[in-house]
Design a protein around this ligand. Sequence first.
Ligand code: NZQ
Ligand code: ZN
Length: 388
Amino acid sequence: MLGNFVYCNPTKLIFGPDALEGLGEELNKYGKRVMLIYGGGSIKKTGLYDKVIKTLAACGKTVVEDAGVMPNPTSVKLDEGAKIARENSVDFILAVGGGSVIDYAKAVSVSAYCEYDPWEKYFIRFEDVSCKIIPVGCVLTMVGTGSEMNGGSVITNHEQKLKIGHVFGENVFPKFAILNPELTFTLPKKQMVAGFFDIMSHILEQYFSGSDDNTSDYIMEGLLRSLIHSAKIAVRNPLDYEARSNIMWIATWALNTLVAKGKSTDWMVHMIGQAIGAYTDATHGMTLSAVSLAYYRYILPCAPEKFARYAVNVWGVNPQGKSLEEVGEEGLREMGRFMEEIGVAMHSSEVGVTEDIIPGIAKATLIMDGGYKILTTEEVEEILRASL
Ligand code: NZQ
Ligand code: ZN
């Protein structure tokens, strides 16, 4: 049963090999002073930086740069970025990079004029924005997070050992996103497959919740099947445009808020993964793959029908003569085989988790209540031990 909901996604997508040609027209809609945000330098190596600078110059923009956004951007970096945006009175923020760069750009956009400590206001107290917001647009270079078409922004505070996401409203979503699958061809394999699993996790964490006949679940089964098919091809040939373009599109749909409408959602794998990230600074998608099988095996007995449905509809498991639990477990085994084939982390020890930091990670894990089981901190510890 679908309850009440509002769906509005204001991000304009410009997709395909020629997508960058649309950047100038979008930039012309905003003021002269542009803050260009990017990461550790991949865009300079690939030549994308030069192309973007050329477009900015052709549009007559004055450019202020904020480079060096790290994977898993920090609250310290955020304070620096907010200062740069404020002191230069920027009219627009252009983020060129992956989820970290885009998340950070959104955080800067709501922090530049924030009258309080942004970390405390948005990431500890989860308060709404109450100040001027600087509009953001993006050119995506890494596929996975869905940050290009949502209000999510995840920031890490190393001092407090916390990695927390705030989901901002539509006024913080990127105004436009340039999505050229070819820009992702230069990603190292580890980042590419981490992104694939991030997408899978986003879908699964919205799929494994609720028990009613929900259109979103059918959409998600389709997205998962397409993802599995294309990921296998992309791992064999990373330059396969068809596979990479399909995956880029799936990533966007997996977390642009559509499939979550009208149903509850889980998000415990992300909560555990983020807490691991706060301790080890590991690659986001790998923190999720490392704990997923242990988590899903733990909650399978709470929803055997849904796990059996997943096994049959997504992995093609033959259910004849088997109990729901057996079918569900066979689905998880197939999922494990797929994860090994694409080469993601299978154990949390691979992303830096050790026995001694498990209690701390469990304590730093936010407990959500939308899934099949509301976990206790002790259960999170148990899952982390099983994932080692
Ligand atoms: O920094 P550079 O030099 O650009 O290198 C990056 C970085 O080292 C590199 N890279 C990106 N595009 C490339 C490239 N290298 C070569 N060629 C390219 N085309 O890849 C590395 C990883 O980039 P990053 O942006 O960190 O990866 P990702 O897109 O996975 O973003 C991860 C962050 O997003 C958050 C995560 O928690 C994490 O902090 N998330 C954001 C979400 C959202 N906004 O809704 C949801 C997600 O679940 C996730 O939590
Ligand atoms: Zn994610």
